[in-house]
Design a protein. Sequence first.
Length: 317
Amino acid sequence: QEESHPPHTSECSRTPSPSLAPVRMGLKESGVAGAGAMSIAQVITQPGDVLKTVVVQDNISYRGALQKVTQQSGNFGLWRGSVPTFYRGMIGGATFFPSLELMKLLTSPLSGRGQSFDASISFINGVGARAVAEVLTCPLFVVKTEMEYGTGSRSVPSALKTLYRNEGIPGLFKGVGPAISRGALYAGTYIALFDFNRKTFLTNSLTRDWSNYARTTLAALAASTLGTILTHPVDVVRTHIQLATAGSGGNFVSASRNLWGRLGVRGLFAGLNVKLVKRAITYSSMFPIYEVLTDLMAPAVVITAAAAGDQPQPTES
């Protein structure tokens, strides 16, 4: 059976990809690496979210959105909402990656029954892990969306207090349904495709000699593209609900009908182009960053295990 890990790492310090190999990295280390990877990747690509939010809400072109943002806030306006994005990335990453590792551990007895079945298990793992992260970070998601559009307070604590004072707990969780649906469906699709792509690229004659990180990046890019297309209409509805004033956003069904009635299919896919670019950069960088961080922490994990009298186990596939 072909080795699935980069040849330069030792047997004790090899770190599996976040979705393929058996769980070896502790949940604490996975959380730290996940928080760093997700927050870095999302802040870098924040201008894409700002433009997408304005395009979706105002139904204008990308050029019109760019002009509006820069006129309101200058060039730095493209990074509006970076602070809640960073916090959301930290909390989401610290929650998602350990949850994913735990889901893999729980479903590992079911793996190895064929590629299609393994892809289904990966989908379930991604859905479960992402749903937890979306619920925990929804209040920050609402604040992030408002700041991206240029409304609300510039301070995260102040924005959260204002939301709670004006709309109560429901205001903090506006759009949580579509946020969970979008995030969980995207993560499930992404993880399943990521696993499939990694295994395919490992045996393909054109890509099997590439470095582990090159295959990871390509697999992430391909998975991100399809996942974004499938979930974008839900994200559009989520944006409209979270930017609506108290009581005017409606639920997912009514908001979807309203959008369809006013704008048709075009309205549900508004901002898709910039979202594709943003997601491609985010997710093609997030998982490689995660692997780099887990590789950097792997020696510390081995040292800690040795100090505790445990024998580090190789992560052979």
